[in-house]
Design a protein around this ligand. Structure first.
Ligand SMILES: C[S@@+](CC[C@H](N)C(=O)[O-])C[C@H]1O[C@@H](n2cnc3c(N)ncnc32)[C@H](O)[C@@H]1O
Length: 316
């Protein structure tokens, strides 16, 4: 048995490891930019930061960011600069702690296992807890506000879009009819009751609805777009940006932004002089996105949906 196997993930009922997702690949992609400053924009349990410090020692200076103050509680013990805030505000957060050029930025999006495992945070459909789901104090709504106050149409849109839940309208109507809610288990029971046994695919019947609510509570996709934009801006020439997504909508934003940045002159090839004035700002390092190996997924179930993409900022 792997020694890292130290924690049971109650949410999925399987073992998870403290090994960060695609850690070897992340370290390999960031190695060429060192020595330098790397921003870990999603510090979480600090797994990636630890790996970078362990592998690169003094050649890496890490700035650790998370919107969750609890995630950062022990971060300063690692000797890294610690900043609490939303990476949608990355430029300002980083400027507050360093004026050095930024050699690398890492995003490991989504929620951490620690957040999922803590019933008091309200992320888990299996554990009794308050309907909170905020990753940090900056989130504009709690899940309770959304399920108790939003109209059925808006709820259904969120559940359909972020949860990719085909029964979204039915679930939203049942949620509205069962108001008010205070706890995760109340909500989870109402959602489960709506989904017929024959339509229960992909784990717990409330999984998709909870995921959707979490993404709405934390305005996650808006933060992904803003965070990428700012990361590209603050990177030094030849600096690298690595992003790990767990949701197809997240990955699509990353893929499209990288593709747009990597598009250079769009003039017809027979035009003797460029008339469009466009030049690529990024070079894509992962023509095909990197996914975890079967061994990694076996060892860490959370890795199963991970997709890694990376770019390098083009020299000025
Ligand atoms: C998947 S975990 C990161 C795990 C980490 N890479 C590790 O190895 O332990 C994602 C973390 O990003 C944080 N996070 C998510 N969205 C954020 C945002 N918009 N701004 C700052 N932190 C965010 C979450 O609070 C969570 O702690």
């Amino acid at each position: 048995m792997n020694q890292d196997r130290d924690k049971r993930d109650g949410d999925r009922g399987d073992w998870v490891f403290h090994r960060p997702v695609l850690e070897h690949e992340v370290a390999g992609l960031l190695a060429p930019v060192l020595p330098g400053v790397v921003v870990d924009a999603t510090f979480g349990g600090g797994g990636h930061t630890r790996r970078l410090l362990h592998e690169f020692g003094e050649s890496v200076t890490v700035v650790a960011i998370d919107r969750d103050p609890e995630a950062l509680a022990n971060a300063s013990a690692l000797g890294v600069a610690v900043v609490q805030g939303n990476f949608a505000d990355l430029g300002r957060l980083v400027a507050g702690v360093t004026d050095q050029p930024i050699a690398g930025v890492l995003f490991d999006f989504g929620v951490s296992s620690r957040q999922l495992d803590e019933p008091g945070r309200g992320f888990s459909y299996r554990k009794e807890g308050p309907l909170d789901m905020r990753m940090g104090p900056d989130a504009p709504n709690t899940a309770a506000q959304i399920v108790n106050e939003w109209p059925a149409d808006r709820l259904a849109d969120v559940i359909y879009r972020f949860g990719e839940e085909p029964l979204a309208r039915r679930i939203a109507a049942a949620i509205v009819a069962g108001r008010p809610y205070e706890s995760t288990s109340q909500l989870s029971a109402v959602v489960a009751a709506v989904i017929p046994a024959a339509r229960r695919r992909g784990g717990h019947p409330a999984r998709r609805t909870f995921q959707a609510l979490r993404m709405a509570v934390n305005e996650e996709l808006d933060a992904v777009s803003a965070g990428l934009e700012q990361a590209i801006q603050i990177l030094r020439p030849l600096g690298r940006l690595v992003a790990i997504s767990y949701h197809s909508l997240e990955d699509r934003i990353v893929k499209q932004r990288f593709a747009r940045g990597a598009t250079g002159c769009i003039c017809p090839p027979d035009l003797p002089v460029c008339g469009c004035g466009k030049s690529a700002e990024l070079r894509i390092l992962t023509r095909k996105p990197i996914r975890p190996s079967a061994e990694e997924i076996e060892a860490n179930n959370r890795a199963r949906s991970a997709v890694l993409r990376a770019v390098e900022k083009v020299a000025a």
